[in-house]
Design a protein around this ligand. Sequence first.
Ligand code: PLP
Length: 362
Amino acid sequence: MAYKINGKLRGLKPYVPTQEITGVIHLDANESFLNLTPQLIQDAADAVQNTAFNRYPDPYAADLCQAFGNYYGVNATHVTAGNGSDELISLLISNFLMKGETIVTTAPDFSMYTFYPKLAETNDVEAVKGNSFSITPQKLIDTVKKSNARMLLFSNPCNPTSLGFTREEVVQIIESLPDVLTVVDEAYMDFWEQTQSVLGLESRYDNLVILKTCSKMGLAALRLGFSVSNEKLTGLLHSAKSPYNVNSLTQEIGALVLGEKKCLQSHIKQIQQSRDSLLHGIEEILFRYPGAFQLYRSCTNFVTFRFPEAEQLYTYLMECGISARQFPGFLRITAGAPAENQAFLAVMESFFHKKSTLEKGG
Ligand SMILES: *Cc1c(COP(=O)(O)O)cnc(C)c1O
């Protein structure tokens, strides 16, 4: 007799990051192209000096949640810190759903939304977006009702489409589904407008959880994410999580950086400017090669365009030392440093130039 691996683990593949590949311009992971300022790195080093390494961290990360609350203007008693928002997504799916219950996600959306439901042995129903990459709130609501789902999870603005529901639309969804837990992942809201965020509405709805992450604003290395929900849901999350999920260094450095609102906002502004110039550069290529691909506006830190030969362009970019993220029939490019955007645009231009020369020749 041999030990037999269970069905849900069989066929599972490890996540493959591209970070290991050196000498490549990384425009694939939606990271910030800006590291912390030298002053903040010094402050972080000082915090490390003063850490009690022999002691467990604060299980509820009180100071950190207070710093997050101050930054976004939410009540710290509504906040749960996680080891990245990834941990909180996993926690929500495995604890707020019973085995066999249904979660609705949208497609395309963040890849982890379909990964965790499989491990939790729940049913995942996808509300599929059309060619425009959008879905009406009503269609989403209908899908949830028809499938008797207990949870709805989507990113807003959406990764990888770069588009967002307005706050009014999200409120319509929450209010139309009072017996469904709606989880709104606002990982990219900082790059859009705070007026579109549903932060603050958690005290009005007992079926709302909002997710945030520090990864996209330049703290990906720390592994730090947050959920915001009313006191009852927050209490349940605190009870269901593993006790010391956020380590002391992340708590101290996270609180310190969130306290430097001006600095973070200046970085976010630079990322928005990079996104706009990347979008503009791609628009110019589209102008020279009309109809070559379909470009979407972006309210995130990346640009997405639909293109039947996305895989070829992806491979060509890799050969030229640039990593993008490819999906079936479309590509996602993270806004990088100005020189990185320029390098990407030059390769993209060269791809379409070659392609059009070939087509004219043949
Ligand atoms: C990047 C991303 C996350 C992951 O956040 P971590 O805090 O790094 O785990 C969550 N949701 C979406 C939609 C993302 O794109």
